[in-house]
Design a protein around this ligand. Structure first.
Ligand code: NAP
Length: 502
């Protein structure tokens, strides 16, 4: 059936209704750009906080910091709020900023192409409700998240498994784990939250660890009602709490990751803190040895937990580090030939970033430049982590070098600032098209590469970390290797001449 064509040229199409997409919509609306369509493949808004519902889900960045600075929530119940509160916060933001009327759910965006003659974007999509469709828009924004394409492990025989299989992004709320013999594959931040929650229900739990993760203590706790009402009555007090949280995260990022050359002592201290934490919590020395990472702190996203390590003291919990050979209908077989019989397989195997998510949809710019191909053939790159040459009127919010700091909100808000500065300058000049220049983009890339030379990625011992900070060519192109203060400063002051406006 031929796709339906909507001939009206919208001001903006935003792909994604998570925090990034909503932040972008708020920035556009503040500029009076209101003809916005927000598309999401899921059936509700919230991105990662809609998709993830696994037991133990919580934020692992302090909530006063992990939220929009212009929309503080005084009522977080804990220092690190549970996942359901984050989803409720997403809903609140969408309602308060009147974003719901822009949103369409259950829509898969197949791709977008710049139409040079008409000078707008043509977006192809489809949905179960209305089949194929074509939208046209002046601005295209992709806010498809970094961790949004679940990774299914390609372990031989996995498709023959006869029991229950669940990926953490597709948690089944009705799944009753009581008395089951389960395996969890993966020991990333998700598994660290999930494992202590499900272990008590299970008869047997085997955790298959390929790469150990650095885990430091989590200073969590309930936020007393009195403090919540103080935050509500005097918002400055919560801003102060946010400032402290952001400051600590900034120190961790700058000292622990970006300026490793000067501060490697910091990484050593962090490693000692994590090892001491484990020594206090895990009784068996052999288990401790297996749980100790063999790469520098910072190469891979570390995490925080007070109840992950003690789980390994429970007699029915087993840590397996022998690589998995294959899966049979009722067992995981490791390379030493041992069959681990299970009836439930939990995949905490994370996300595929570099093969399928950069970009998450096919985007074809000027002169037929295909973004995915261009990134792979010419290095992953994006000016200020947001725009690329030959892609006019396109903001790619989840780009190489865009993730700034540890809280995603620093990335979101610095990008809102960048968009606002650029679109305001365009309005002043009467322009309706922007494209970053090749020179500005090349200069930014060269500068980021130079900064990376001081980082733990270049100087630490990262070869065994299997970190998603590194792309398939072994380059650490995910994080922006500058402080968040520098990122905000550049978003507010970048030379407008870095863009060709017409
Ligand atoms: P992840 O960090 O990528 O971890 C995936 C795990 O699965 C790793 O241990 C990985 O081992 C393992 N794995 C993948 N494929 C495998 C295979 N074929 N065989 C054996 N093991 C395999 O993913 P995640 O735990 O979902 O966390 C992703 C990110 O989400 C975190 O870094 C964090 O940024 C974010 N997160 C945030 C929160 C929060 O704040 N609330 C909570 C959870 C997650 P290898 O390491 O050997 O590849």
């Amino acid at each position: 059936m031929a796709p339906q064509i909507d001939r009206h040229v919208h001001d903006a199409v935003i792909v994604g209704t998570g925090f990034g997409g909503m932040g972008a919509a708020i920035a556009l609306r503040r500029l009076g750009i209101d003809d916005i369509v927000m598309l999401d493949r899921e059936n509700d808004l919230g991105g990662t906080w809609h998709v993830n519902r696994y037991p133990g889900l919580a934020v692992d960045i302090p909530s006063a910091t992990y939220s929009y600075s212009f929309e503080p929530n005084p009522y977080w119940s804990r220092l690190y709020a549970p996942g359901a509160e984050l989803k409720a916060y997403c809903d609140h933001v969408a309602t308060k900023y009147d974003l719901r009327r822009h949103m369409r759910f259950g829509v898969i965006v197949d791709g977008a192409r710049w139409d040079e003659e008409e000078r707008h974007w043509v977006v192809n999509l489809h949905s179960a409700a209305s089949g194929g469709e074509i939208l046209t828009t002046r601005y295209l924004l992709t806010a498809t998240g970094f961790l949004s394409q679940p990774k299914m492990p390609d372990i031989p025989g996995i498709e023959t498994f006869d029991g229950t299989v669940v990926h953490t992004t597709k948690w089944d709320d009705d799944l009753d784990l009581t008395g089951r013999r389960a395996a969890v594959i993966g020991t990333g931040a998700t598994a660290v939250q999930l494992i202590p929650e499900i272990a008590p229900k299970l008869a047997e739990l085997t955790i298959f660890q390929r790469t150990a993760i650095w885990v430091t203590p989590k200073s969590d706790g309930p936020v007393p009602r009195r403090l919540q009402s103080l935050y509500a009555r005097i918002p400055f007090t919560q801003r102060l709490a946010r400032g402290v949280g952001s400051g600590i995260l900034e120190v961790i990022m700058v000292a622990g990751v970006l300026k490793y050359r000067r501060f490697k002592l910091f990484n050593g201290i962090a490693e000692r803190v994590a090892k001491r934490h484990m020594a206090r919590q895990v009784r068996d020395p052999e288990t401790r040895r297996k749980l100790t990472p063999d790469y520098s702190f910072g190469c891979k996203r570390p995490t925080f937990s007070n109840n992950y390590f003690p789980t390994f003291n429970q007699p029915h919990v087993h840590l397996e580090t022998t690589p998995i050979a294959h899966i049979e209908p009722d067992a995981i077989v490791t390379e030493d030939g041992v069959r681990h019989e299970i009836d439930t397989l939990v995949l905490a195997t994370g996300f595929n970033l570099w093969d399928t998510n950069f970009p998450a949809i096919e985007v074809i710019g000027r002169e037929g430049r295909n973004l995915g191909k261009w990134w792979r053939e010419n290095k992953f790159q994006a000016y200020e982590g947001i725009t690329m040459p030959k892609f006019p009127n396109f903001f790619s919010l989840n780009s190489p070098y865009s993730y700034s700091g540890l809280s995603y909100f620093t990335t979101i808000e610095s990008q809102m600032k960048h968009m606002t500065r650029l679109l305001t300058a365009m309005r002043r000049q009467g322009a309706d098209e922007f494209e970053v220049t090749e020179e500005a983009n090349a200069e930014f890339l060269a500068r980021m590469k130079e900064h990376l030379g001081d980082s733990v990625f270049a100087l630490g011992s990262c070869s065994t970390a299997r970190s998603y900070y590194f792309n398939q060519h072994g380059e650490a192109t995910l994080l922006r290797p500058t402080s968040t203060i520098a990122a905000f400063r550049e978003a507010a002051r970048f030379p407008i001449s870095d863009y060709a406006l017409s």
